[in-house]
Design a protein around this ligand. Structure first.
Ligand code: IMP
Ligand code: MG
Length: 180
């Protein structure tokens, strides 16, 4: 285990099993359709690349970089798109793939932005959901792997100051790391 990690929340094996089950569920739910998976960079990359290999459909992928400002519960228009989609999503079934739902500010704004492009549907797929966190937007996960407590976690794509994304498990970061 990494020296900055206090404890492991989800092992590599637990992640593999949960992501596989989720991919199989999406495969059933989207039977006969061709969804576009939209990964929100950078936190979603590990989850996205594992998940897509368990989706047995003619799906495609794209990525976005979004930064949100202010309170999405008040106004969901204040998101800055730093990298937009390459795809014209009109009439498409969109699945937004994100690492974690915390305040839901980012995903509320991104979902509103994508709905403006007239897709057939937009669903949210998050690896983790901080269910007890104070919410700043009304976006909810349509698909998720795990609910977690309000703790700061890293690994499997999730970072603290761009570190730890490469850890193969998800762990709780030691307080002393971000208090210094
Ligand atoms: P939200 O807009 O507050 O839901 O922010 C979600 C984003 O905050 C995620 O995409 C992560 O980049 C980041 N984030 C929130 N909680 C954590 C955490 O525990 N570890 C790492 N990143 C986090
Ligand atoms: Mg992120």
């Amino acid at each position: 285990m990494h020296k900055d990690v206090e404890r492991i929340l989800f092992t590599e094996e637990q992640l593999t099993d949960a992501v596989k089950a989720l991919g199989e569920r999406i495969t059933k739910d989207y039977d006969g359709r061709k969804p576009l998976l939209v990964g929100i960079l950078k936190g979603s990359v590990v989850f996205m690349t594992d998940l897509m290999r368990h989706i047995d459909l003619d799906c495609s992928i794209d990525f976005m970089v979004a930064k949100s400002y202010g309170n999405a519960a008040v106004s969901s228009g204040n998101v800055k798109i730093l990298k937009d989609l390459d795809t014209d999503i009109t009439g498409m079934d969109i699945i937004i793939v994100e690492d974690i739902l915390d305040t839901a500010r980012t995903l509320t704004a991104v979902k509103t932005y994508l709905l403006g492009k007239k897709p057939a549907s937009v669903k949210i797929c998050a690896l983790l959901d901080k269910v007890t966190a104070v919410k700043a937007g009304d976006a909810k996960a349509d698909y998720k792997c795990f609910d977690i407590e309000n703790e700061f976690v890293v690994g499997y794509g999730l970072d603290y100051a761009e570190h730890y994304r490469n850890l193969p498990y998800i762990g709780v970061l030691k307080h002393e790391v971000y208090e210094n």
